[in-house]
Ligand binder design. Structure first.
Ligand code: SAM
Length: 238
């Protein structure tokens, strides 16, 4: 199936929004701790590398979509303290855990953003898109709110294409993450769901093709920690 067909098909419909909100409300209190444990301390480094890739400039207006506890906003703020930053998420309990002053908080669904066209110079989204009911629609909405030539950074768990690493990665996701995540968060179903969304999501090649059908061009894609996560830098086609 081509990515175009995929985009239009039912398979693009991710988990329903209400279920996603419930899952993130449940795991919000332990979300940051679990990220650190499950990524073996790598997730903070991934966001730092990704922040440098998107290279925000003084005074620019940036959107951190699916911001969760604001970890990406904090990484951006570290390298550019005077960035005008908006953190949006549709799950109030997780967004409320964002440190004060990291960004302006907005409760919003990424599929229907409450911003005018061409509001932002750039956007970031980390580990959020694969939870969207329709990731292609989310990317188009991001293109809408970006200024012409605006840039973005998607940090995501894309399926590795190398079979050796892919095998280890699948084992890690199937066995270790649901077990440790379940024990520490108290919600086995939440972590089963989260790893399930990774298996069902795009490979790197498929994702690049999706991005290029939604108003962007891919500028650079960088594998992090042997491809466990991928940072994709994009630019809006003017
Ligand atoms: C795995 S967390 C990522 C949080 C943060 N970006 C990070 O790097 O840790 C995914 C977030 O996406 C949010 N999310 C999922 N679907 C969304 C949507 N349609 N609109 C807005 N936020 C959404 C969830 O509420 C959750 O906070």
């Amino acid at each position: 199936m081509s990515v175009h067909q995929y985009l239009e098909s039912e398979r693009t419909r991710g988990p329903a929004s209400a279920a996603v909100r419930r899952i993130f409300s449940e795991i919000a209190p332990r979300y940051d701790l679990l990220n650190t444990i499950l990524s073996l301390g790598q997730d903070r480094r991934w966001r730092r590398v990704a922040s440098r890739m998107v290279d925000p400039q003084s005074g620019e207006r940036f959107l951190d979509l699916a911001a969760g506890t604001g970890a990406f906003s904090s990484a951006l703020r570290e390298i550019r303290p005077d960035l005008r930053l908006v953190a949006a998420d549709f799950c109030a309990p997780i967004l409320s855990r964002m440190p004060a002053g990291a960004a302006a908080r907005v409760g919003a669904d990424g599929l229907r953003l409450p911003f005018q066209d061409e509001t932002f110079d750039g956007f970031v989204i980390a580990f959020g898109l694969r939870n969207f009911e329709n990731p292609g629609m989310g990317l188009r909405e991001l293109a809408r709110v970006l200024k012409p030539g605006g840039r973005g950074l998607v940090l995501e768990f894309l399926r590795p294409e190398s079979s050796a690493f892919g095998f280890l990665y699948r084992m890690y996701l199937r066995a270790w993450v649901p077990l440790v995540g379940g024990i520490l968060s108290g919600s086995f179903s939440a972590y089963r769901h989260l790893t399930g969304t990774i298996h069902g999501f795009f490979s790197r090649r498929e994702f690049a093709s999706l991005v290029e059908q939604t108003g962007f061009r891919v500028i650079e894609a960088r594998e992090l920690t042997f491809g466990a996560a991928t940072a994709v830098r994009v630019q809006k086609i003017s």
